[in-house]
Ligand binder design. Structure first.
Ligand SMILES: NC(=O)c1ccc[n+]([C@@H]2O[C@H](COP(=O)([O-])OP(=O)(O)OC[C@H]3O[C@@H](n4cnc5c(N)ncnc54)[C@H](OP(=O)(O)O)[C@@H]3O)[C@@H](O)[C@H]2O)c1
Length: 334
C-alpha cells in the first residue's frame, strides 16, 4: 500500500474509519463481524485506524482495543475526545455531550487508554470545539497529555482556519479531520490552504459521501430509526431524489476510467494532494477491499475537471448537517 505522512507518522494512503462498526448507520454489525473487518484491514496493509470516545459511547474504542492491541506496533492509532456519551439523566441511557473542559479531556483520555488497551494514543483529536470555552483551553489540555506521554500528537476536527491558527499557536497541530469529498467542498474555502501553510495533514472523513458515491447508494426510505443520515438534509427524500440524478454521469465516468464508484470518489481525494488521507468506513470486507483499490486508480486532469464540474457545492441539493449539526461545527460553509 502506498504511504502518506500523517503528522509525524507514515501510514497507508487510505485508512479505516471504525465508527460504523459501533455507531451511525443503523444497527451495528456483530462484534465478530467487526473483528473480521478490522483484521482484514490490517492484513490488507491499512496502518491508520480512526476511532473516537463518541462511537458507540466507548464501544468502538473497546472493540478496536480488543482486536487490534495484540498488533499495536503495526499501526497508527487515532482517537478523539471532547464529545462523548454522558449519563446526564442517571437512567443508564447516555446522551451525546460536547465538553472540551481540560478535566473532561484528561478523564476521557484515561478511559480511552484503558478501552484501547494501549499506553499511548498516536493522534488524539478534539472531536468538536466546545464553543463555551476558548479553543486554547482544550488544546492546552491536549498539550499536557503530550508532555505526560499519554498521546503522541494532537488533532482537531471540524474547525475553521482561524481556530486552527489559534490552536497551532498553543501546540503544533499534526492533523485536521473534516468532511471532504466531491459533494462536501467546505475545506476548499480556507482550511486546506491553512493546513498546507502550517504543515498540517488533512484527514478526509465521510470520503464516499456516507455511501452516496458508491455502487450501492443508500435507499433513504429504508434507513433504520437510528441512522444519523435521517437528520441530514441531503438525504431528505426530496433533496436526495435530485442528488441521485448526478449519479448517472458519475457512474459513467467510473466505467470509463475502469474503476468502481467508491474508488472514483477516493481516487479524486487522493489526487487533491499528497497531504490528504481519506478514511472510508465500512462494515463489509468486500467494500473495504473495493475502497483500498482506489490507491491504484489514476485520474488525468480532464477527468478530474469533469468530476469537479459534475458534483460540487452548486450541484448538490441540501446542506450536509441540519441546524443542530451546523451549530456544533466551526468550519467555513458555502
Ligand atoms: N470527525 C468527525 O466528526 C467524523 C464524522 C463522521 C465520520 N468520521 C470518521 O470518518 C469515517 C468514515 O466516514 P463515514 O463512515 O461517515 O462515511 P463514508 O466512509 O463516506 O461512508 C460510509 C458508508 O459507505 C458505505 N460504503 C463504504 N465503502 C463502500 C463500497 N466500496 N461500496 C458500497 N458501499 C460502501 C458503507 O456501508 P457498508 O458498511 O455497507 O460498506 C457506509 O454506509 C468514520 O468511520 C469515522 O472514523 C469522523
Amino acid at each position: 500500500m502506498q504511504q502518506r505522512k500523517l503528522g509525524p507518522f507514515s501510514v497507508s494512503a487510505i485508512g479505516l474509519g471504525c465508527m460504523n462498526l459501533s455507531h451511525a448507520y443503523g444497527a451495528p454489525p456483530s462484534p465478530e463481524q467487526g473483528e473480521q473487518l478490522l483484521l482484514a484491514a490490517l492484513d490488507a496493509g491499512v496502518t491508520h485506524f480512526d476511532t473516537a470516545a463518541l462511537y458507540g459511547f466507548g464501544a468502538n474504542e473497546t472493540l478496536v482495543g480488543k482486536v487490534l492491541s495484540p498488533h499495536r506496533s503495526r499501526f497508527t492509532l487515532a482517537s478523539k475526545c471532547g464529545m462523548s456519551g454522558v449519563d446526564l439523566n442517571g437512567d443508564g441511557k447516555p446522551v451525546r455531550v460536547i465538553d472540551g473542559r481540560p478535566e473532561t479531556i484528561k478523564a476521557t483520555c484515561e478511559a480511552a487508554l484503558k478501552r484501547l488497551r494501549t499506553e499511548v494514543i498516536d493522534l488524539y483529536y478534539l472531536h468538536r470545539w466546545d464553543k463555551k470555552l476558548p479553543i486554547e483551553d482544550s488544546v492546552g489540555a491536549l498539550a499536557d497529555l503530550v508532555r505526560e506521554g499519554k498521546i503522541r500528537s494532537i488533532g482537531l476536527s471540524e474547525v475553521s482556519a482561524a481556530t486552527i491558527r489559534k490552536a497551532h499557536a498553543v501546540h503544533p497541530v499534526a492533523a485536521v479531520q473534516t468532511e471532504y469529498s466531491l459533494w462536501t467542498r467546505n475545506p476548499e474555502i480556507a482550511v486546506l490552504d491553512t493546513c498546507r501553510e502550517l504543515g498540517i495533514s488533512f484527514v478526509a472523513f465521510s470520503p464516499v459521501a456516507r455511501g452516496f458515491l458508491t455502487g450501492a447508494p443508500p435507499d433513504v426510505a429504508a434507513f433504520e430509526a437510528k441512522d444519523i443520515r435521517r437528520a441530514m438534509p441531503r438525504f431528505a427524500p426530496q433533496n436526495y431524489a435530485q442528488n441521485l440524478r448526478l449519479l448517472d454521469g458519475y457512474q459513467a465516468i467510473a466505467r470509463e476510467v475502469g474503476c468502481t464508484p467508491a474508488q472514483l470518489a477516493l481516487a479524486w481525494l487522493l489526487h487533491q494532494g499528497q497531504d490528504i488521507l481519506p478514511i472510508p468506513g465500512t462494515t463489509r470486507v468486500d467494500h473495504l477491499l473495493d475502497d483500498l483499490g482506489a490507491v491504484n486508480v489514476k485520474l488525468d486532469a480532464a477527468v478530474l475537471a469533469r468530476l469537479d464540474a459534475l458534483i460540487n457545492q452548486n450541484t448538490v441539493v441540501g446542506s450536509r448537517y441540519n441546524d443542530q449539526g451546523n451549530s456544533e461545527v466551526d468550519t467555513e460553509t458555502f
